[in-house]
Design a protein around this ligand. Structure first.
Ligand SMILES: C[S@@+](CC[C@H](N)C(=O)[O-])C[C@H]1O[C@@H](n2cnc3c(N)ncnc32)[C@H](O)[C@@H]1O
Length: 401
């Protein structure tokens, strides 16, 4: 038996500076060396290994590999999936926990790749626009929390070819080639009304008419209905290949488990670095006042321990809409360079771990990047419990076929 960490050390696997897709081919091969998907990765994996070690990969991998990472794949799996626009693997945790085996992942951001590798022992492939759909293994379910960039589908576009140049097209061309049994797409709620609903109409027309999938009416799902204290509404778009004769799909009903910030709050006093400076606190107060004078409800928001947080999002006032008052701080000496002093009202931001919990990431999930990257990664990610509840219903449908 050999550990994944030893293999990594042997080849000096580096996710951030490694050029090209070598580490993606290599780690995908490690995960798929015993199934039909190995043919998609073996040649590049072999060449890479030989270049690094002068040894044959086949000889070296004779022993069982122990994946010493937080989310090794299941011993027994009952369906396969691919993880597109994978981010840090929110979909992957949900799908694996339901017995799924991931056979391909793609993510363009190097820091997200780093987090992904640390948790799943796999380096995602990079830019999906550069990957030929024929080079992606067969799979049962295509998962993609695709970026809102799909919004650039302009009003008059309708068909498959007309969506070319958008990230939605990347999903559509893979569906066309690989014809998985089902797909599960996630996007921001605003997709529903973008361009007076024309963008979503185009997406649905391509999926239903050009690609021939049964696509029930998309649903807006809220993370807070599935056991995390975050008010995060997202649109879920699901489809089933027509030959399976699936003609109806029920989205999961909210579970009766209302949580609040107190349930995910750090159990110990957090670093003073998460507390706002008094100068910034004043800026936020002024900003809010200016908007209030104009009749707007914009600006910072303090979340009480018994409340749900707002959606954690990247950019804008995202972080300031989720401030909390945490009176446990004793030492007000700053540990980072700040303008002014640490505020005396105990206002602080959420920690990256609290953000992880708001999205349903278990505490064993490793956060190997800076706070700035971590906020971005969790803000971009999915609320795992809502994904899992919905995916469970998808899997039940395809398994009954
Ligand atoms: C909304 S996030 C999805 C996050 C993911 N569902 C998760 O659980 O973390 C979209 C992701 O798509 C990635 N992305 C954007 N353009 C891409 C491209 N051309 N190829 C691959 N990934 C891309 C972004 O870096 C980002 O991580």
């Amino acid at each position: 038996m050999q550990k994944y960490s030893q293999i990594k050390e042997k080849i000096n696997l580096d996710t951030i500076t490694e050029k090209g897709e070598n580490s993606a081919f290599f780690t995908h091969y490690l995960h798929n060396r015993k199934n039909g998907c190995s043919k998609y990765f073996i040649k590049q994996a072999n060449d890479f290994f030989q270049n690094k070690t002068d040894e044959s990969l086949n000889e070296y991998l004779k022993e069982e590999i122990i994946f010493d990472i937080p989310y090794p794949e299941n011993k027994k799996t009952n369906f396969t999936f691919i993880d597109l626009f994978a981010g840090i693997g929110g979909f992957r945790i949900a799908m694996q926990s339901l017995g799924g085996k991931c056979v391909f992942s793609s993510e363009i951001d190097n820091y997200a790749k780093k987090t992904y590798e640390k948790n799943f022992g796999e380096v995602p492939f990079g830019d999906i626009t550069k990957i030929n759909e024929k080079d992606i293994p067969e799979h049962d379910i295509l998962c993609a929390g695709f970026p809102c960039q799909a919004f650039s589908i302009a009003g008059k576009r309708r068909g498959f070819e007309e969506t070319r140049g958008t990230l939605f097209f990347e999903i559509a061309r893979i569906l066309k080639e690989k014809q998985p049994k089902a797909f599960f797409l996630e996007n921001v709620k605003g997709l529903r009304n973008h361009d007076k609903g024309e963008t979503l109409k185009t997406i649905l027309a391509v999926l239903r008419e050009d690609l021939n999938y049964f696509v029930p009416e998309p649903e807006i799902m809220n993370a807070k209905d599935f056991g995390v204290p975050q008010n995060r509404e997202r649109i879920f778009i699901i489809g089933f290949r027509k030959d399976q004769n699936i003609e109806e799909f029920k989205y999961p009903k909210p579970i009766n488990e209302k949580k609040s910030f107190a349930d995910i709050k750090e159990s110990k006093t957090v670093s003073v670095k998460f507390y706002l400076s008094d100068t910034y606190q004043q800026t936020l107060k002024n900003h809010k006042q200016r908007h209030a004078d104009k009749g707007n409800g914009f600006g910072y928001q303090i979340i009480a321990d018994n409340e749900c947080t707002n959606a954690i999002v990247v950019g804008g006032m995202g972080r300031e809409r989720n401030l909390v008052i945490d009176c446990r701080l004793k030492d007000f000496n700053p540990v980072t360079k700040i303008v002014g002093e640490v505020n005396k009202d105990f206002w602080r931001r959420l920690t990256p771990r609290e953000c992880a919990r708001l999205q349903g990431f278990p505490d064993e999930y490793i956060i190997p990047v800076s706070d700035t990257q971590a906020y971005k990664q969790f803000g971009n990610s999915v609320a795992i419990p809502a994904i899992k509840a919905t995916a469970k219903n998808i899997i039940e449908k395809i398994e009954n076929k």
